[in-house]
Design a protein around this ligand. Structure first.
Ligand code: NDP
Length: 451
């Protein structure tokens, strides 16, 4: 089977990748098993050094890796560089903190000694998406490999060039063969891989559809799964907020990566008193966003990653307009390109409110009061994160318990940071990545007791 990655900006082929035969896949699984038996015995200090080296390799090759990201999925080149540098940061973060996270946890009991130790579990199988082709992978790989596990990657079929380069990072850093393996496969091989004894857990970032398919296979095989799925984050603006400042944050929160981020602000919930001012200033800023070739330094909006994704966004725009949403700007689509679009007076029955909108579409929603804004925010099947913008930080903090999401940000867009746990509730998935939590997901917290 052959896979092609296509530049969404001009339709040109970026690369062709030959799928693994069943025999070749079996050999990779066997290699993972052999690698694990040795890798788990490598002292943590040594594993951490190699992870730090992986960070250096990323920094030394920023241009090469950033270019591949942009060619394969259309992200503006400046953002691709930022992504590669963030991967270097997460490698460095775990290299520095693994010793502390993995140390024995002594617990006083009636035993002479009792504690929890943290042992690696085996191979973790990662099914990853195209929207942050490097970051999504390093976010799992940095803690997981440093903890002594081995990794198997099945990347999204449109970014196999990035996947090959990620394997190259670990090879160049000096990781032993088999500790991180990229698998060029169709997702129909998931069942076979998850069944294999060496695979102890599965981590998936992607759509709810893919997440539930993979979690079902994991459950059937009694293997742990971690899911990072879609989101429809509310971005709530109170009447006391500094609108000029907030609009700047809001534009980044929605339009970065051409809107293709699970934690992007997707529903702008605005208190009535500032609705008109916010919408006007936001729309002006959207009109100023420069679109074009994502390889150009000043491009802010490139193509979406695939035509089917742009088609889907356009359907959501059109159906919402048919239900009464006001088209304030944009709305047009050509192939993979979707014009940055602003919809006003969006209400809960519209697709732009109730579905995940994975592209450059901002939906403006009016709230009668702060309480109403929180009710609207909760009216979602997703639960990744919420932003609240206000000058009254104390009041905002006192209301953090009102949202059921996995994150609550005040005066800042919801973003991932290696030092903070990251993950969702409801249809946004389960489990946590990053920080100490991310490392604890794939270790055996083993209780040791000495009478
Ligand atoms: P998918 O969820 O289909 O793709 C994500 C990954 O899951 C890919 O590696 C894909 O492989 C794999 N996958 C898909 N179906 C299965 C399956 N049945 N079993 C095992 N693996 C599977 O996302 P799409 O690219 O189709 O995007 C669709 C929507 O998903 C977006 O519009 C957005 O709403 C959401 N999404 C959310 C992301 C996030 O960051 N949370 C990231 C990407 C998408 P393959 O490429 O081979 O199909």
């Amino acid at each position: 089977m052959e896979f092609k990655s296509i530049n969404p900006y001009n339709g040109e082929e970026v690369g062709t990748y030959t799928g693994l035969s069943d025999t070749a896949l079996d050999a990779k699984l066997k290699l993972a098993k052999e690698a694990f038996t040795k890798w788990k015995k490598v002292p943590l200090e040594e594993r951490a050094k190699l992870m730090s080296k992986a960070g250096e390799v990323l920094k030394e090759n920023v241009e090469k890796y950033a270019k591949m990201i942009t060619l394969e999925m259309g992200k503006p080149i400046s953002e691709s560089r930022g992504e590669v540098n963030k991967c270097a940061w997460v490698c460095e973060y775990y290299a520095e903190n693994a010793q502390e996270f993995l140390k024995d946890e002594v617990i006083e009991t009636d035993a002479q000694k009792s504690f929890v130790r943290h042992d690696p579990i085996g191979a973790v199988f990662a099914v990853m998406p195209w929207n942050f082709p490097f970051w999504q992978v390093f976010r799992f790989a940095a803690p997981t490999l440093t903890a002594g596990n081995v990794g198997l990657l099945k990347h999204a079929a449109n970014v196999f060039g990035s996947a090959e380069m990620i394997e190259e990072v670990f090879t160049k850093a000096g990781f032993p063969e088999g500790v991180f393996q990229n698998l060029i496969i169709h997702h129909d091989k998931t069942d076979k891989i998850v069944k294999d004894d060496i695979v102890k857990a599965i981590t998936l970032t992607g759509s709810g559809r893919a997440g539930s398919a993979v979690a079902e296979i994991a459950g059937r095989n009694l293997k742990k799964s971690l899911l990072e799925l879609g989101g429809s984050n509310a971005f709530i603006v109170w009447e006391d907020a500094d609108i000029d400042k907030v609009v700047k944050t809001a534009i980044t929160a929605r339009m970065m990566n051409c809107g293709q981020s699970c934690i992007a602000a997707k529903r702008f919930i605005l208190l009535e008193g500032i609705y008109d001012e916010f919408v006007e200033k936001f729309t002006v800023s959207v009109k100023d966003l420069k679109d074009g070739d994502p390889l150009n330094e000043d491009t802010k909006i490139g193509p979406m990653a695939r035509k089917d994704l742009a088609d889907e966004l356009n359907r959501q725009v059109n159906e919402s307009v048919a239900l009464g949403a006001e088209l304030l700007h944009g709305g047009n689509q050509k192939e993979c390109y979707h014009e940055p679009t602003v919809l006003g007076n969006v209400t809960p029955e519209m697709p732009a409110f109730k579905e995940e909108t994975f592209g450059p579409l901002a939906t403006m929603i009016k709230a009668k009061s702060i309480e109403h804004a929180f009710e609207l925010s909760e009216q979602s099947d997703f639960g990744l994160g919420v932003t609240v913008c206000t000058e009254d930080i104390e009041k905002a903090l006192s209301m953090a318990g009102e949202v059921s999401d996995g994150a609550y940000f005040v005066n800042e867009l919801v973003k991932s940071d290696p030092r903070l746990p990251f993950g969702g509730t409801k249809n946004s998935g389960f489990g946590r990545e990053l920080a100490k939590d991310g490392m604890m997901e794939f270790v055996n917290r083993k209780t040791v007791y000495v009478k």
